[in-house]
Design a protein around this ligand. Structure first.
Ligand code: CTP
Length: 427
């Protein structure tokens, strides 16, 4: 998607400058023509030679180092750019950009360009939170500078918090999707949401409306665990991935997300509140505590329909040739919630292997859901454990949308968009 795109990459002087090498390499691999401008401080962290070798283009550091007599370098770079990307962007360069300063090759180019400008800030957490930095970022945001939100985690300075340069892979993906939108190629809605979520969050979406801003969203994910004795239990194959993707998408759309999480092998998303549970009963109690306050409840968990009648306190010893376990019915959480529903928007799931539409619509009605997401788990790439899904979304009147095989993230974004539109319609 980046074939032939001319990207001027500004590298400024923070420790994250070392990641510029990976970023250059990935942009070039995607077909971009990358021209690097480094600040003097950046050269303390990574060499010009590294970036020149990776981009096969001259690297600029000095405004007065005019190598081609026919052109003025910073104007030439400013004009040729389809995009000027500054990654990492330090607090210093953000301040200079916000106030129109132009005292080196990068800032003069930034002032001279009419191309879109995208920055990926990286700095210490307290610097990032400083009102001056936040104010400067808002100024840039108002002027249309695109920003890639820094990640959270352990920073090179030893602090834990927000300020880590977004991973080069993600930056490249944002750039790719940005160009796709610019070129007016068909960009699926979930991709547009994804770009939006990565670009605008760090200024709290100011001036823009995130679809689920201020909404309280509860997601259940994973399988329940029904104890037999202290070392044995009944569970199922649910990986939790679909629920996690929904929780992450809701977070990206501005919601306050609580993830009620059963048994899972996958990594839950960051920046959502996680409430771990084991049994269906525990899951029910956890959902019930959040229910009144919630706006949207999405039951992506695979809840055990039955549990052992008796939970042994000691390990069951091996005795006869057979062993019978008596199971009793669990509470149906979704059905119970459906009966109590007032303002909540309730989304259920239906994992089926046959007669998908019939079973799904019957469940939707019986459990009083607003939407039900049905999938045929016997299909390859669909359902438990996979990273992809293909679903049919139904409401009371029938099919709302069929989503062909796609990533669970994309399914999640599409589902939440439908929910958000319907909630907006109600109000
Ligand atoms: N569900 C629930 N509590 C249960 C069983 C299911 O809340 N005890 C929810 C699931 O989280 C899912 C929906 O109900 O959102 C449908 O689950 P599914 O297992 O497909 O349906 P069941 O009602 O259990 O019907 P069956 O097992 O007969 O298909």
């Amino acid at each position: 998607m980046l074939n032939g795109k001319k990207i001027v990459l500004g590298v400024t002087g923070g420790i994250a400058a070392y990641k510029a090498a990976t970023l250059c390499s990935k942009l070039v691999q995607k077909g971009a023509d990358v021209h690097v401008i480094m600040t003097a401080s950046a050269t303390q962290f990574i060499t010009e030679l590294t970036l020149q070798t990776l981009t096969r283009n001259a690297v600029y550091t000095d405004t007065f180092d005019e190598r081609e007599p026919a052109v003025v370098s910073h104007i030439n770079l400013a004009d040729l750019a389809d995009l000027v990307l500054v990654a990492p962007a330090t607090a210093n360069v953000i301040a200079k950009m916000a106030h129109g300063m132009a005292d080196d090759m990068l800032t003069t180019t930034l002032l001279a360009t009419t191309a879109p400008v995208m920055i990926a800030p990286a700095m210490n957490v307290h610097m990032y939170d400083h009102p001056a930095v936040q104010h400067n970022m808002r100024l840039l945001d108002e002027r249309g500078t695109l920003m890639i939100e820094p990640g959270e985690g352990l920073l090179a300075c030893g602090y834990v918090g927000k300020g880590r340069l977004e991973e080069p892979e993600t930056i490249v993906e944002v750039v790719e999707r940005f160009f796709a939108q610019q070129d007016k190629a068909h960009v699926p809605q979930q991709d547009q949401d994804w770009v939006q979520s990565h670009l605008y969050d760090q200024v709290q979406g100011e001036g823009r409306t995130l679809l689920l801003k201020g909404k309280k969203v509860i997601v259940t994910a994973g399988g329940t665990v029904e104890r037999i004795d202290p070392v044995r239990y009944i569970t199922n194959d649910s990986s939790g991935k679909m629920g996690f993707a929904i929780a992450a998408a809701a977070r990206d759309l501005g919601a306050d997300v609580k993830l009620i999480m059963g048994n899972t092998q996958a990594q839950p998303p960051v920046d959502v509140k996680i409430i771990p549970v084991q049994s269906a009963q525990e899951m029910y109690e956890a959902v019930s505590r959040e229910w009144e306050e919630s706006d949207i409840v999405i039951k992506a968990a695979a809840v055990a329909d039955y549990r052992p009648k008796e939970v042994y306190t000691e390990k069951i010893k091996k005795k006869g040739d057979t062993l019978s376990l008596e199971l009793v019915k669990n509470i149906d959480i979704l059905e119970t919630l459906g009966k109590q529903k007032t303002h909540q928007f309730l989304i259920g799931f239906a994992a089926e292997t046959q007669s998908l539409e019939m079973y799904a619509r019957e469940k939707l009605k019986r459990k009083n859901c607003d939407l039900i997401v049905a999938n045929d788990v016997s299909r390859a790439g669909v359902g438990f454990g996979t990273d992809t899904n293909a679903v049919m979304i139904y409401d009371r009147n029938g099919l709302v949308e069929e989503l062909e095989l796609m990533s669970k993230e994309d399914v999640a974004h599409r589902l939440l968009r439908i929910a958000a539109e319907r909630i907006a319609g109600r109000n």
